[in-house]
Write a protein that binds this ligand. Structure first.
Ligand code: DDH
Length: 291
């Protein structure tokens, strides 16, 4: 049972998030990584050009977005947070999801990511459809390469440096064969936020895994089978991406600073606040009379 905290007490909500992160029977004993992934997938549908998608509205609860195979397994994260939302109905799902991601990063030893409230929720599926636009197929496909990464993240307005910084989130959590088809963690301690992902990506020898599943790469370390997706490997194959991988492998402070900025930007994409801080669910393009 989560605690009811006074309306607007976001530190109180953060404390509740820390409590639900403890999940002894789930994955590596922590809901932290999947909470981070929820905040990312809730936000990572944004398009700068069409000005739709993004975390505002918590559209991932509805329709095609909920059924998108890229979001498989995220219902775990939504369910972990449900008791907090039920005890505190004043907080929107979209604020709670983004705040939970930010707090999970911090609780796992990562940087402070800037966060502000004000997001709204779609009231139901038709409300979401009315405002959301067509945002299918916008999340990255792990089987592809560098140009796909630039397409997907360029659509959100990210630079090469920011793409690499954000990818460092794969120091957390794991792939689940029954969700994405891929399998295993990227690092040995996947509930600790660090620059370990970049260190391993740039120093270990990664070879294709011999198995029936999709192409992924592996390295056995301390008896554990670690993995990289083809998109992770693309960061070492592309010379510009590689430069940033090597910088972040050497300098954890630089990674933390760049990650905090890039993740803070991610959860703000498409969140157009008015003077009072509320982010109304009106598409900018529609507001400006564009198609
Ligand atoms: Fe990721 N990610 N991600 N990812 N991601 C998966 C898991 C996690 C890609 C594919 C996958 C980001 C970028 C990319 C996290 C955070 C972030 C899984 C495994 C796949 C596949 C899902 C499963 O089977 O459960 C691809 C492709 C990209 C890319 O092309 C760049 C970014 C930007 C973030 C972020 O947070 C900023 C986290 C955390 C997880 C671990 C989830 C878990 O349940 O554990």
């Amino acid at each position: 049972m989560a605690k009811a905290v006074p309306k607007g007490d976001y530190d109180g909500i953060r404390a509740e998030v820390r409590k639900v992160m403890k999940q002894p029977d789930y994955d590596d004993g922590s809901a932290g990584p999947v909470l981070v992934r929820l905040a990312w997938h809730a936000s990572g549908t944004f398009s700068l050009v069409e000005h739709n998608g993004g975390s505002n509205g918590a559209g991932l609860r509805h329709g095609k977005e909920a059924a998108d195979p890229a979001n498989a397994g995220l219902y775990h994260a939504i369910e972990f947070l449900m008791p907090i939302q039920q005890a505190n109905p004043w907080i929107t799902h979209s604020d709670l999801w983004t705040l939970a991601g930010v707090e999970a990063i911090k609780a796992m030893g990562g940087p402070d990511v800037p966060w502000q409230p004000g997001r709204m929720d779609y009231s139901d599926e038709s409300h979401a459809e009315e405002h959301r636009g067509n945002i299918s197929d916008r999340l990255p496909d792990g089987a592809l390469g560098a140009s796909h990464l630039r397409d997907v993240f360029g659509r959100m307005g990210y630079s090469d440096k920011e793409i690499v910084a954000l990818s460092g989130a794969h120091t957390l959590g794991r792939c689940h064969a029954d969700r994405s088809g891929f399998d295993g963690p990227w690092v040995v301690n996947p509930t600790r936020f660090s620059n370990q992902y970049f260190k391993l990506l740039s120093t270990r020898k990664w070879v294709p895994r011999k198995w029936d599943g999709p192409l992924q790469f592996e390295n056995i370390m301390a008896g554990e089978r670690l993995m990289m997706l083809p998109t992770d490997m693309a960061l070492m194959e592309d010379p510009v991406f590689k430069e940033w991988v090597l910088k972040y492998a050497k300098d954890q402070n630089l990674f933390f600073k760049d990650f905090a900025n890039a993740f803070g930007k991610l959860i703000e994409l498409g969140v157009d606040r008015d003077d009072s801080g509320f982010a109304h669910l009106v598409r900018q393009a529609a507001k400006e009379g564009k198609p």
